[in-house]
Design a binder for this molecule. Sequence first.
Ligand code: NAP
Length: 300
Amino acid sequence: MNAFPFLFNTFVFMKVLLTGANGGVGTVVCQAALHTEGIELVPCSRQALDVLDSRALAKALLSHKPDYVINAAAFTHVDRAETEVEEAFRLNALCLKGMVDACNQVGAALIHLSTDYVFDGEKKTPYTEEDKENPINMYGASKWAGEQVVLAYNLGTVVRTSWVYSLHSKNFLAAIPRLLRTKDEPLYVENSQKNSPTFALHLVEALLALVKKNVRQGLYHYTNAGGGCTRYEFACHVRDRILEKEPGARLVPVYPMEPVLQDPPGTAPRPLYSVMSPDKIAKQLGLTVPHWQEGIGFII
Ligand SMILES: NC(=O)c1ccc[n+]([C@@H]2O[C@H](COP(=O)([O-])OP(=O)(O)OC[C@H]3O[C@@H](n4cnc5c(N)ncnc54)[C@H](OP(=O)(O)O)[C@@H]3O)[C@@H](O)[C@H]2O)c1
């Protein structure tokens, strides 16, 4: 399967500075930018550019003078954010003031990533950009605070996404193929939370399309299409796809986990339903958003 199916034909040259370049999304931005005509990427790992350091941010922006900054740096430990509240808010919200100021100094547009966890999960149909935020955990609250800093900037764009996975991810979705092949007992998988899995490369395609189309302000949802699924449903699809490709594969069975009535100690509450609609960004960029099942082919 071609991992880089998108190619932009109209030639526009854009310099993009990327923060959090070694993270799950950042790594895929780096790979995809290599295959995208007209994008010069300046990838910055945490070691190269600490986003908590406003002076370092200003210096980097003055030195590179990018057209865009993509901020993929974040405090992403959902459970730890419940106890490390200050750290989560510092990285997900407070430091964005320095980032916006640095961008403003050189006229750079800022694309910032956020999350479906800004919603409380009470809805039964996909969340749109018009829906009211009401985070139920500290990670969601810190990300929502950050969104407001970015959206107050006249060149600020926020892209909310969810359950991002790729071959490089360290999360459960990406681990399923290996678990199915190596476990010696059935795989029990959580089946209460419904969400939109998002293949990282599809998300990054949309981020780079925002750059190429020179979108400079707004709030967007980007997840894979198809109405979402639970982790259990995702695992079943992964299993089916492996068996289609390799009919003799030895895989453990997958069962739904019993629903838990109370969040286990040390875990953050999570919205039970946080499927988001990618219709607005699809329409604006003329993108066809792939179904969540399409990403699975890349990780099995
Ligand atoms: N993955 C998902 O399922 C998901 C879902 C919804 C939203 N998002 C959002 O998408 C964005 C990217 O997430 P991700 O999955 O790529 O997260 P990730 O894999 O945890 O990567 C975050 C990156 O931020 C870097 N970082 C941490 N502190 C930093 C600092 N002070 N200065 C500079 N960089 C720093 C980390 O550096 P080190 O590598 O050195 O630790 C890491 O590379 C985040 O805004 C996240 O909230 C992700």
